[in-house]
Design a protein around this ligand. Structure first.
Ligand SMILES: *[C@@H]1O[C@H](CO)[C@@H](O)[C@H](O)[C@H]1NC(C)=O
Ligand SMILES: *[C@@H]1O[C@H](CO)[C@@H](O)[C@H](O)[C@H]1NC(C)=O
Ligand SMILES: *[C@@H]1O[C@H](CO)[C@@H](O)[C@H](O)[C@H]1NC(C)=O
Ligand SMILES: *[C@@H]1O[C@H](CO)[C@@H](O)[C@H](O)[C@H]1NC(C)=O
Ligand SMILES: *[C@@H]1O[C@H](CO)[C@@H](O)[C@H](O)[C@H]1NC(C)=O
Ligand SMILES: *[C@@H]1O[C@H](CO)[C@@H](O)[C@H](O)[C@H]1NC(C)=O
Ligand SMILES: *[C@@H]1O[C@H](CO)[C@@H](O)[C@H](O)[C@H]1NC(C)=O
Ligand SMILES: *[C@@H]1O[C@H](CO)[C@@H](O)[C@H](O)[C@H]1NC(C)=O
Ligand SMILES: *[C@@H]1O[C@H](CO)[C@@H](O)[C@H](O)[C@H]1NC(C)=O
Length: 889
């Protein structure tokens, strides 16, 4: 007995050590998949996992893992597969457990052919139902046919391979590393089609994630922290776009969305490959085959929901700060903005107007005049937004503070583990409990509280902050538990190395599930509930601004990039952030202009106001204790430049508003990077200091202090300088442009017609002002554009068909047609006064309007610009109108 067991032992040892050596041979460092992502791996801890431990060969400074999976690491194999209505259902099994506790050995894999361009892979426990993300995603029961993708799978080890049928490019290949599926640790790796990736927010990073030579780890768990690189931030968007090269050297893209709300790491490596490591839920992965970026975005938003149409007024300039401190100060600021005649639409206040930072209050001593002030602003067409935090004071005298008392009665607060007692943490208002916005009673409670406040101060929008959720103590005032939710076997690389860090104990309970699962969706649910409350209270189109977001938040809220600082670096990072949030379906997005933390400078604030004039959401906001940075607080010279920027923004509002319509109806991003439009031009892949508004305006800000020029890339196309209207000659190259402090470079792309309007003092006062058209012909001499217009405030003007919609077309025969496709909104006049046509190379000899000779035009041979003025044309008519010009030959 002893002898034979020894022999067996020896044999096993021999086999293990023999195969160990074999299975650790790697073709390259890039093909190593990290078996020990926790900090400080050692050879000993690596070996207990039965993984390989070797220094990288060759040696490198890149963060190549020393501890990696052997190729024969135990994983799943197929036990059965069946064809179903939606595609395929595969049962897989693993025969032995590996290093993480509670390995789940029997799994089901559903391959769902959802549409021709979208498929979904779901891997879940065959026996027990697990938490799944409570998003309302489409349920597809019938397999799509004629798909652009082909899915095959291998049995042992189990792996999925997806190729694009039209090109043969591999879109997904999970054979490169073992699948791990334990109760609190799931890991899936797949090959990327190229090392060039975009998305994966919310992180402070350049737009392009290029893992040609680098290893990159991004962590996802919503967190209140001023944006810095390499940490998890306020929101969670595990979505990316990956470039592919076709055999004939074209570029295609596909997208991937990992539908999971637990804390997670996403690792990228130069193989190239991506690894998802999450600590809960299931593996639920969407792939969108594009093949253009526009297609991928549309396919993604079809799953998560399209962005909301914002109220018209919210496109104007918003002014805010933390620390007006007194009514007089607030009033002084508004007065100097008014006296200096800045266009401006929305005044905000922060927690300092509250009484002891309590939600739904204002300080009746320091801000006695606030209700009157707000009504006064509203009577001039301006709007007012105030702030709410989800943490509710629990220490007010009983019966004195309805948000708490009523909330307790309705049981809508997050509770401690295995208890009905609310978890107590700490917020601006001192000791607080936290609203559970997943609770079915939350809408009614929140609406009632907001209604009561609305009766004293009729706010127009709500700003929901601190909803990561942020907690000034870790976990709770009573600590957390010793259970596995508060102490999971693996903690993704979150800031603070603990899921409780400056937030709630993961073991605390929401109505829908544990905080462990729902943490990163806190802001999502709060946005949804706040949006509903606003509709009930104002009966108008809601405006919600949320700091924390999750995939799909754009249906309910706008977003700003959080507590940035007054630095040129922060100004730069606002661009990739805003571009990324557009991909994430939160198109109404901006950054705190001039910087939130630190004192700004006149130079920085001037540059930033110019850039911010091209953010979809334009708010200047700063922190308690920082010096004033409203435009009217600067020198006369700086004010003129800022005013110029604001007037430029306001003149483009019809274009912006139409872009929002395109986003909410047709899934188009509002601002976008150059590569979206010039996918085959490699020079555009890494450009994130310039961006496009819609498809037609190229913005190239100067982001460097003390410089008067800016280096830019002008893609191969027809471009006109906006300020002069003159076509630029050097395209398809990097060039240097003049960019003195007075100037932001804006270029208009040939092929587009941009609707504009004469600015008013605010958007409401300017609504009836004359429109104009900026016509920028393409290389062929044609162009097109459109205009959406409604009352700007009703909840569903599209559904109720009470809007106007126009199409503008310029043909190569110098004929501009205005087609009114819908004219059901007639409450406000729409008069076209001026048409500016760029790139008219030959002298104009005659202009006709609807067949009649029209004398009011000028033509400049030097600038090649035709201006048709004094039109006073009513465009709210049923029939098309035609403007033609003839030129000398
Ligand atoms: C690693 O970095 C150091 C210092 O930056 C450099 O001297 C060394 O050559 C690098 N080694 C490799 C293998 O790249
Ligand atoms: C897994 O499935 C196999 C085959 O269906 C079954 O024999 C086995 O008992 C299951 N294992 C567990 C842990 O449920
Ligand atoms: C799927 O099932 C069919 C029969 O049901 C079998 O022929 C085929 O080999 C299976 N495929 C894999 C990859 O296991
Ligand atoms: C990606 O990185 C590689 C290696 O660092 C570099 O050669 C390449 O130019 C980069 N690609 C882009 C589009 O920037
Ligand atoms: C694609 O590009 C590669 C390298 O730039 C070149 O060798 C190849 O001929 C090109 N193929 C086609 C079909 O243009
Ligand atoms: C939940 O609380 C009850 C009552 O305090 C206690 O008996 C039970 O053991 C607790 N359950 C868990 C899983 O902690
Ligand atoms: C995380 O922090 C909480 C609260 O301070 C504590 O109860 C818990 O044990 C910590 N967990 C880990 C893994 O350190
Ligand atoms: C302009 O004409 C070209 C060539 O006929 C066509 O490809 C393009 O789509 C047209 N552009 C617009 C804006 O109508
Ligand atoms: C030409 O413009 C002037 C004012 O700019 C206006 O009074 C006149 O009616 C216009 N002429 C025509 C034919 O519209």
């Amino acid at each position: 007995m002893i002898y034979s067991s020894l022999v067996i032992k020896f044999t096993i040892l021999y086999i293990i050590s023999y195969s160990y050596a074999q299975q650790c041979e790697q073709t390259s460092n890039a093909a190593r998949f990290n078996c020990h992502p926790e900090n400080n791996p050692t050879e000993a801890t690596c070996e207990t996992r039965k993984c390989c431990w070797r220094p990288p060969i060759p040696q490198t400074n890149a963060t190549v893992p020393y501890c990696y999976f052997p190729t024969d690491f135990p994983t799943y194999e197929i036990i059965s597969n069946e064809t179903t209505d939606f595609g395929q259902r595969i049962r897989i099994q693993k025969l032995q457990t590996t290093y993480m506790p509670h390995d789940i050995l029997n799994l089901t894999v559903d391959l769902i052919y959802e549409t021709q361009e979208r498929f979904r892979i779901r891997i879940y426990d065959t026996i027990y139902r697990r938490y799944e993300v409570p998003l309302q995603v489409p349920v597809v029961e019938k397999r799509a046919t004629d798909t652009d993708y082909e899915i095959t799978f291998s049995a042992k080890p189990f792996a999925i391979l997806v190729t694009r049928k039209s090109t043969g490019v591999v879109l997904f290949d999970s054979s490169i590393a073992p699948l791990i599926f334990a109760d609190q640790y799931m890991k899936l790796s797949t090959r990327l089609s190229s090392p060039l990736v975009y998305g994966l927010g919310e992180h402070r990073q350049p737009l392009l994630i290029n893992v040609s030579a680098e290893w990159k780890r991004l962590t996802f768990y919503s967190r209140d922290f001023p944006p810095v690189e390499n940490i998890n931030l306020y929101g969670v968007h595990p979505f990316h776009i990956n470039l592919e090269r076709t055999p004939d050297n074209q570029t295609h893209v596909h997208g991937q969305f990992f539908l999971n709300s637990n804390a997670m790491d996403i690792d990228l490596q130069p193989l190239p490959a991506i690894t998802y490591t999450t600590i809960g839920g299931i593996i639920d992965l969407y792939i969108f085959t594009g093949p253009t970026v526009e297609n991928v975005i549309e396919q993604y938003w079809a799953v998560i929901g399209k962005p909301a149409m914002p109220p018209f007024w919210s496109l104007g300039f918003h002014l805010s700060r933390f620390g007006y401190s007194t009514f007089e100060n607030l009033w002084e600021t508004i007065k100097r903005m008014h006296d200096a005649e800045f266009p401006y639409d929305v005044q905000w206040t922060d927690i300092d107007v509250m009484s002891s930072s309590l939600d739904f209050t204002y300080d009746r001593e320091r801000f006695q005049g606030l209700p009157g002030l707000v009504r006064g602003l509203q009577s001039e067409g301006k709007h007012y937004v105030n702030r709410l935090d989800p943490s509710i004071s629990s220490t007010q005298p009983s019966g004195s503070y309805p948000p708490y008392d009523d909330g307790i009665n309705r049981e809508i607060f997050v509770t401690k583990y295995n208890s009905t007692d609310p978890l107590v943490g700490e917020g601006w208002a001192g000791r607080t409990v936290f609203a559970d916005f997943t609770h079915p009673n939350a809408v009614e409670w929140w609406t009632r509280m907001a209604t009561a406040f609305y009766e004293s101060i009729p706010f127009d929008g709500l700003w929901i902050d601190m909803n990561e959720p942020s907690n000034f103590v870790d976990g709770s005032h009573d600590g957390c538990t010793a259970n596995a939710l508060d102490n999971p076997p693996y903690v993704p690389h979150v800031l603070g190395n603990n899921l409780s860090s400056k937030s709630l104990c993961p073991s605390s309970q929401h109505y829908l599930s544990f905080h462990y699962n729902l943490h990163s969706m806190f802001g999502y649910f709060e946005s949804q509930v706040t949006n509903t409350a606003l509709k009930t209270i104002r009966k108008k189109r809601p405006f919600v601004l949320s700091r924390s977001t999750f995939a799909g938040s754009g249906q309910f809220a706008a977003h700003w990039t959080g507590d940035n600082r007054a630095s040129f670096q922060d100004m730069y990072y606002s661009i990739p952030a805003i571009l990324s949030f557009n991909m994430f379906g939160i198109t109404h997005v901006g950054a705190d202009i001039c910087g939130f933390g630190l004192d700004t400078t006149e130079e920085l604030c001037t540059r930033w106001m110019q850039l911010g004039a091209f953010y979809p959401f334009m708010r200047n906001h700063n922190d308690l204790g920082q010096k004033d940075q409203d435009p009217a607080s600067f020198s006369w010279e700086a004010q003129q430049i800022m005013k110029q920027a604001l007037l430029m923004r306001y003149s483009f509002i019809p274009f912006w508003y139409t872009l929002h319509y395109e986003a909410s109806m047709n899934s188009k991003t509002i601002i976008q990077p150059l590569f979206f439009e010039y996918l085959n031009d490699k020079n555009t892949y890494n450009i994130d200091q310039q961006f496009l508004i819609g498809r037609a305006l190229l913005i190239s800000p100067n982001l460097v202090s003390q410089t008067n020029t800016v280096d830019v890339y002008i893609p191969q196309d027809v471009w006109y300088e906006f300020s002069s209207g003159v076509e630029i000659e050097t395209v398809g190259q990097f060039i240097t442009l003049n960019a003195p402090i007075s100037k932001i470079n804006v270029h208009v792309r040939g092929g587009f017609i941009i609707p504009m309007q004469t600015p008013g003092a605010n958007l409401i006062l300017g609504r009836g002002n004359p429109f104009s058209l900026l016509v920028a012909p393409s290389q062929f001499g044609n162009a097109s554009g459109n205009l959406f217009w409604d009352d700007g405030d009703s909840i569903d003007s599209i559904g109720t068909n009470t809007y106007n919609y126009f199409e503008f077309t310029l043909t190569t025969s110098n004929t501009l047609t205005i087609d009114p496709l819908s004219t059901n909104y007639k409450d406000s006049p729409m008069r076209l006064d001026l048409i500016k046509v760029l790139g008219v190379s030959k002298p104009v000899t005659q202009v006709t309007v609807n067949g009649k000779v029209y004398p009011n035009y000028t033509y400049s041979i030097f600038d090649q610009i035709l201006i048709i003025h004094g039109l006073d044309m009513n465009i709210l008519v049923e029939s098309s109108q035609i403007i033609k010009w003839t030129t000398s030959t």
